[in-house]
Design a protein around this ligand. Structure first.
Ligand SMILES: *Cc1c(COP(=O)(O)O)cnc(C)c1O
Length: 406
């Protein structure tokens, strides 16, 4: 079957260029009809010159496009850019972040295998990896990834572990994992490490460079960044792994649409400037909340009292703009805050241009079993905010007026 091209940064001198330049140029030059911008190939299928041409493409004897579920030039343009930014060999785009979580794991697993899963993840990821996979004979051990001895023990106790799955920083409490240390342990145990890098983006963290084998993103969040696409992507360190995920996508059919790929490509052009400003705004808002008497705890990796602060400084180049905080007066106060904000919009999702605020225990993480919620510190007085690009003074004023009314 057709082989998607290697990321173009492996054939052009782009790999010697810096991040901002790669974000703008890694989709390749020589676009059709001398177009400056990337065209959208809004087509389901591609035509063959002759029956022999079609047969050669299907036999993998010649490169070219066959059918959009298998590959599409607009999707590949996006894949090329994200592969260059994560510095992986190949990227495979999906129609949602959850489709990417599914592919980044199940491409490497079969019934009878065991996986080690971090105890704090996006709610549906926990549900998929722990509850759904169990039905197909893939057992899991949920560990506190901040406790390296616990990770090692899980690997030792389960020699059939094929994969370790982490989210760092984890949604919603920002718990951090030492990616380098865990990847080394996993490799010694014959397992691969998969990291969900949605909260950081390659601007602030590159898990493949820290030793992970596979990195994934919900494109819905920071990478697209404008709140108008649902998508996901998997980036692999090796060609062999990338081909496995690409074959998995062909079989299961979850490719990202050409138009959505084009929108995410547009989002990537401003990724670095957006992330840098969001990082600044997030820290200022976190500092305000930290000083407010109605809030008992702020879980932002940039605050010196955050348990993973030292690791954050070592492993990440920024802190992002999504974090959680605890209301002193319980769920009623959390609900009251959400009822009284005007600039911050109440809704799930994160990483867009404007501020979103939500209540994980009843929304994004409602599918997490209660015992695991307690283990994660995901209490009912916890509120998650994704700080946007508004003037932070306005976000703070909005939060302050809401808190003052409680
Ligand atoms: C949102 C999210 C996902 C799932 O992405 P969708 O695009 O909503 O399917 C996975 N991981 C993390 C960390 C997320 O925040």
């Amino acid at each position: 079957m057709s082989q998607a091209p290697n990321p173009r940064c492996h054939t052009l001198p782009l790999d010697t260029l810096n991040f901002e330049t790669r974000a703008l140029h890694a989709d390749g030059h020589n676009k059709p009809l001398h177009s400056h911008n990337q065209p959208i190939f809004q087509t389901s299928t591609f035509l063959f010159d002759s029956p022999e041409h079609g047969a050669r493409l299907f036999a993998g004897k010649e490169k070219g496009h066959i059918y959009t579920r298998i590959g599409n030039p607009t999707v590949e343009a996006f894949e090329s850019v994200i592969a260059c930014l994560e510095e992986g060999f190949g990227a495979i785009a999906f129609g949602s972040g959850m489709a990417a979580v599914h592919a980044a794991t199940l491409s490497f697993l079969q019934g009878g295998d065991h996986i080690v899963v971090g105890d704090t993840l996006y709610g549906p990821s926990t549900h998929l990896l722990v509850d759904v996979y169990a039905k197909w004979g893939i057992a899991s051990t949920v560990v506190d990834p901040a406790n390296l001895a616990a990770v090692q023990e899980a690997l030792t106790q389960h020699p059939n572990t094929k994969l370790v799955y982490l989210e760092s920083p984890a949604n919603p409490t920002n718990k951090l994992s030492d990616i380098r240390a865990i990847a080394e342990m996993s490799h010694r145990a014959g397992a691969i490490t998969v990291v969900d890098n949605t909260f950081m983006t390659p601007v602030f963290q590159q898990p493949l460079k820290l030793g992970a084998d596979v990195v994934l993103h919900s494109l819905t969040k920071y990478l697209n960044g404008h709140g108008d696409v649902v998508g996901g992507v998997v980036v692999c360190k090796t060609a062999e792994h990338a081909q496995r995920v690409r074959n998995f996508r062909k079989d299961t059919g979850g490719i990202l649409a050409p138009f959505d790929s084009w929108l995410v490509l547009r989002g990537l052009r401003t990724l670095k400037v957006r992330m840098e400003q969001l990082n600044k705004n997030g820290l200022v808002v976190a500092q305000f909340l930290h000083s407010h008497p109605k809030i008992s705890k702020v879980m932002h990796p940039g605050l010196p009292d955050f348990p993973g602060h030292e690791l954050a400084l070592r492993q990440m180049k920024g802190f992002g703009s999504t974090f959680s905080f605890l209301m002193k007066d319980g769920y009623e106060a959390a609900k009251g805050l959400l009822e009284r904000v005007h600039i911050c919009s109440v809704g799930v999702s994160l990483g867009g241009v404007d501020t979103l605020i939500e209540h994980p225990a009843s929304m994004t993480h409602a599918s997490v079993p209660e015992a695991l919620m307690a283990k994660q510190g995901l209490t009912r007085n916890l509120v998650r905010i994704s700080v946007g690009l508004e003037d932070p003074a306005d976000i703070i004023a909005d939060l302050k007026q809401a808190l003052d009314q409680l």
